[in-house]
Design a protein around this ligand. Structure first.
Ligand code: F6P
Ligand code: MN
Length: 441
């Protein structure tokens, strides 16, 4: 077998990876520092002088981190004592081992982009947890909450759509059910436009009615393998005995509007009896600005319930019930916030891999998941998705992602060239999307 291609890296001047590390990453750190600063009074009210000192220390650690990044310093081992600290430091040693002696140490602009970008978020976490009593402060919470409130109108439209659909679900024939399923999947896809790390933490909420825009957005789906999902699920549905045992997993991405689109889809999967249980996978620590943590997951459900809108209230109550009754289960695992590509999961997190093997279908939401599925490598655009997964085949899976990084596989010959000709930045603006399916052979 030929060696897989090189990793994307900020070493490639002018690449999206380079621009992210040069411009967006420092901006995100500056914003985190500013957020801490603005909460100074709150820390004082809650914790007195100790809160103020902690704020100062956190700011100085984050400023130091920003300086290391901007001056391309070597990547330092983590100094905290969390369950993943050793794994991170071993990974850093592994990166070191890939370099020859004359290369020196792995540094911000001379290491795989996936590694250094993940490392930055892990270092933000390290900075905060070193600063009790404010060690549980999520520097990104404010942005996530803001995204939810600014998208409230769209969320209300979505909830209304879901409630109407649920009421008529028993009357839908096979084709109608399929068409509704595809609609909700597309809503969940376009919900992925709203992440906050691409915009450097600036507002990126959903303000238009995505339900009625779906037809107009269809030409922007560059890989559409939704038919495979339907074939798989309708097969389960027909073999009745199995239907009650259909488990689906959603590896979540962003909180706020995107999370609501995922919950709406998950609700439909149950009410349509396409699935009997949904397992969500979120992050254990604040991650890539807008990613969902357990707190965000519960918060969003609670907010939907208390928005003052009757149909949203019904959705919120229904979702709370799914959780209570175990039809929805939220899991988090430290693996999702490690820098490893998913092909390493069987070795690094065998328990998680075994868990995913129980699934009938795993949906991977978002761009970062795609980068980890494909190892964030410079694959040819026509490389088969199955090959780029490099052995990661726990169960049938589908990536649902808008394109925000220079990695894409499984395209038709000539397709990438055509896209480049019509829109040079098609890989990174989030305007295009994919549904890319893979099944174990
Ligand atoms: O929320 P998503 O869809 O995973 O996107 C996060 C994205 O952030 C970026 O890293 C930019 O910082 C993208 O390239 C990327 O993968
Ligand atoms: Mn994200």
């Amino acid at each position: 077998m030929a060696e897989p291609p090189a990793f994307l890296s900020a070493q490639d001047v002018g690449s999206f990876a380079y621009l992210t590390m040069k411009d967006r990453a420092p901006q995100i750190l500056t914003k985190a520092i500013d957020t801490l600063h603005r909460h100074k009074n709150e820390f004082f009210e809650k914790h007195g002088e100790k809160g103020m000192e902690a704020e100062k220390k956190a700011i100085s650690l984050l400023s130091k981190l920003r300086n290391e990044l901007q001056t391309d310093k070597p990547i330092n081992p983590l100094v905290d004592k969390c369950i993943d600290t050793d794994i991170w430091n071993q990974y850093l040693e592994y990166q070191q081992s890939l370099l020859s002696e004359s290369d020196g140490k792995p540094s911000w602009f001379h290491s795989p982009w996936l590694f250094v970008e993940c490392y930055m978020y892990r270092r933000i976490h390290e900075a905060i947890i070193q600063c009790p009593p404010i060690d549980d402060f999520d520097v990104f919470r404010e942005c996530k909450d803001k995204n939810f409130f600014e998208s409230q109108e769209s969320i209300s439209i979505l909830c209304t759509h879901l409630q109407q659909l649920t009421r008529s679900i028993e009357d839908l024939d096979e084709n109608q059910l399929k068409s509704e399923f595809f609609k909700l999947l597309q809503i969940s896809l376009w919900g992925n436009k709203c992440d906050l790390s691409l915009s450097g933490g600036k507002s990126s909420s959903q303000k238009t009615d995505v339900v009625s825009s779906l037809e107009d957005l269809k030409p922007f789906i560059v890989v559409n393998e939704l038919e495979h999902l339907w074939t798989l699920l309708s097969r389960y549905r027909k073999t009745r005995a199995k239907a009650s045992a259909v488990r689906m997993d959603i590896v979540l991405d962003n909180s706020g509007f995107e999370l609501v689109t995922d919950l709406v889809l998950a609700d439909f999967l149950l009410s349509s009896k396409l699935a009997a249980e949904i397992h969500f996978h979120g992050k254990t620590i604040p991650w890539f600005v807008s990613d969902t943590t357990l707190h965000d997951f519960s918060w969003v459900i609670e907010q939907v319930k208390h928005c003052g809108d009757k149909l949203m209230f019904q959705c919120g109550v229904g979702w709370e019930n799914h959780v209570k009754m175990g039809r929805w289960a939220y899991h988090d695992h430290v693996f999702w916030t490690l820098p490893h590509a998913y092909c390493s999961m069987p070795q690094v997190a065998p328990d998680l891999y075994a868990e995913l093997q129980k699934s009938c279908l795993i949906l991977f939401k978002g761009d970062l998941n795609y980068r980890k599925l494909t190892g964030d490598r410079k694959w040819e655009f026509t490389t088969p998705f199955h090959q780029a997964l490099e052995g990661f085949h726990p169960a049938p899976l589908c990536s649902i992602r808008t394109l925000k990084a220079e990695v894409q596989v499984g395209l038709q010959p000539g397709q990438a060239e055509q896209l480049t000709a019509s829109e040079p930045n098609w890989l990174t603006t989030g305007k295009y999307g994919i549904f890319q399916f893979d099944s174990p052979l």
